[in-house]
Design a protein around this ligand. Sequence first.
Ligand SMILES: Nc1ncnc2c1ncn2[C@@H]1O[C@H](COP(=O)(O)OP(=O)(O)OP(=O)(O)O)[C@@H](O)[C@H]1O
Ligand SMILES: [Mg+2]
Length: 539
Amino acid sequence: MNKELHADELFKEFKETSITEFFRKNRAHLGYSGKLRSLTTAIHELVTNSLDACEEAGILPELFIEIKSLGQDHYLITSIDNGPGIPVRHIPNVFGKMLAGTKFHRNIQLRGQQGIGVAGVTLFSQITTGKPVKIRTSTGKGKVHEVELMVDITKNKAEIIRDNEYSEYWRGTEINCELRGVKFSLREQGPFEYIRRTAVANSHARIVFIDPEGRKTIFERSSEKIPKNPKAVKPHPQGMEVDDLLNMAKASKARKISSFLSSEFSRVSNAKVKEIQKRVDFDLNKNPRRITWAECEQIVDAIGEVKFLAPSSEGLVPIGEKQIKAAVLNILDPEFDAVLTRPPSVHSGGVPFQVEVAIAFGGHAGRETGNGVKFEIMRFGNRAPLIFDAGGCVITQAVNSVEWRRYGIRDYENAPFTVFINLVSTHIPYTSAGKQSISDEEEIMKEIRMALMEVGRKFSKYHSRKRKSEEREKKRQILLKYSTELAASLADLTKKDERKILEGLHELINERMLDSTEEVEEEEEEEVMDSFSDEGDRR
Ligand SMILES: Nc1ncnc2c1ncn2[C@@H]1O[C@H](COP(=O)(O)OP(=O)(O)OP(=O)(O)O)[C@@H](O)[C@H]1O
Ligand SMILES: [Mg+2]
């Protein structure tokens, strides 16, 4: 029998570890698993950073991405943007430190939100090649910095290998890194498709992409409009959880809970604070840093009973129906399309979000497979394509929960059908640091379903109109065919001009067919309304 060990023995091994060390051992959490996925992940981190930086600085983005083959499963990635550049003193933390960045601590709608992404690229490059990452950046003031750095894994810190400064007027950021154990492919989950989808959701960006075969693809911008500058917003009280409230109160500089509530949340006026006061049994003049868990619970309950204005859409920057429609028409050239932006809503922790959807049917909609055209979902989070982990994503679940057949799309999984969904939020609740799948929050699920049902209804109208007009046309053709025989018999009986009789019959047939159109539309409108309310009732 084994000898029992004392806890002191076991705890000799108790050690703290750095976050970098954690991700070195668990790189799949960052999306570095599998050869293709790892390459797409690195491209995703670089592209989202460039677009975020340009958008916040109010610059129309120009991106250059090249993937060069250096041997079997070995590539050099170059990414250049015309963004604001990175001030030299921040370079080590940007590229060599995890959980460091300009976005994590702000309630702001950007693609990045964790302060891990690009340091993850440095780390992955280093652990697969042993080489440093090369960075060239300038903020446009005439000085360019070229830096080579590696990560000190045990300390979650950058190690600068080389730092060279020279004079040149240029602004932007260039990153060169080698990756091993990755593979380029034109497949759906590869870098090319990732960039193509980025271009679809970011028509204001010009992206040049060179693949390992040297093929150059230019995704020209179709809009010169820089999206509205994303603004940091205060959280909305609804959906606030007790722990969120407690943490915010403890960190607050306000002198009273009342002023903490009115100054650190959106839509909380003094009148609303009074309404909350009526529902709690302690004084809101108390210092917020002394608040207890039980008191926070009371405030959260009170918030649930008070009506607040919906969250401001100020911090949210949707793509917009016009631009989505243009992109959908441009790439899918569908027979039918419908686009919709829902009003803003809130999910857990009082975080505002908004859902945009488009559906396209026919034309080039759907995904070409060896097995014919299949249904396709294009998922986006703050305009960044979500390519992996589709199964666990609330978007996929919402799309699959809709009874498409009610809207006239039978066997939707095998139809030439594309659903495009972009979720914008100041904080997207991703299921992991790899940011490819959005967690199943009730409010998000509900909003996506509402949006899909609304566009589904539009399809249904179109579909039944089309079906009925096809039926009418079929009948018309049959009647026209028999009208020749009928005209001949009538001419025989009446001894009148056969040609004139035939003309009369044709006129009559066409008139009747036109007459029925309006009736049909009214009828189908009712049918669709019925199916819409049935589906709404299901949840
Ligand atoms: N191309 C760039 N131009 C300007 N600033 C950049 C660029 N790339 C990164 N940064 C800065 O570096 C910070 C860290 O980037 P990183 O990708 O690690 O984190 P993030 O984008 O904040 O969040 P996430 O981990 O979700 O990607 C960013 O917050 C941004 O301030
Ligand atoms: Mg990032």
